[in-house]
Design a protein around this ligand. Sequence first.
Ligand SMILES: [Zn+2]
Length: 261
Amino acid sequence: MAHIKLYVLENGKLVGPKTNSVADADPSELQTAPIFSVLIEHPDGPLLLDAGCHTDEKRQHPMIFKDFTMRPEDHIESRLAALGVRPADIRRVVVSHLHADHSGYLELFQNAEFFVHEDEFTQRVKLYALNDASAGSNGDIAFWISLGLRWTLIPAEEPEREILPGVRVLNFGAGHSFGMLGLLVELSKTGKVLLAGDAVYNRENAGPPVRLPGNVCDREGFIRTVRRIVRRAKDENALLWYGHDEAQFAALIKSTEGCYE
Ligand SMILES: [Zn+2]
């Protein structure tokens, strides 16, 4: 088994209406949603899952910007630097989806190969080309194209792909967004970790019964995917990590404290 270390990088937080994550919540209730990315140190080179939220207002979805706070140490470059990793060292970046709180700093990793769901990429680029602001990351897309980032698109019909020994990209399909990816990582001491990202926003979405978030791209897809992820984590005896669960995140070992291996 490849010796892999997994670091949880804290990248700030969103404080907004709870209905964002659970549609039938009390409309006056607020929730804190941590934003994090994950560094995987692997014998075949370091890999990153997601890249935080950009601090420039123009590079964000306006809805996210008003709710977003980040300390200087939360910046993904600072988090990596504290571990002795430079952006140029990162060989692969798996982008769970192209929302502003996950793809904010992709531009830092210009030596990397970027894995993204083909439908997510196609739909976001289409919205950008149509000048449709609902995409929320139009400023990013223009920037990514100008930089000539190297994309590897995971097609809808490919359920998963082992991109490194012990690291599988899981294809969750449409749900929270047009095309969602996650990771299943096999660690020698911890065992397996299934990183669901926003395919399962938090514990309350997981159910049963599955609870829908306020903003959802494909309702049926979301429900189907959550059930599939919960079952897969059980079958694999894997830890299931949600995308923005405050209580779960508080209990995780952060990169400032140590790592999972
Ligand atoms: Zn998110």
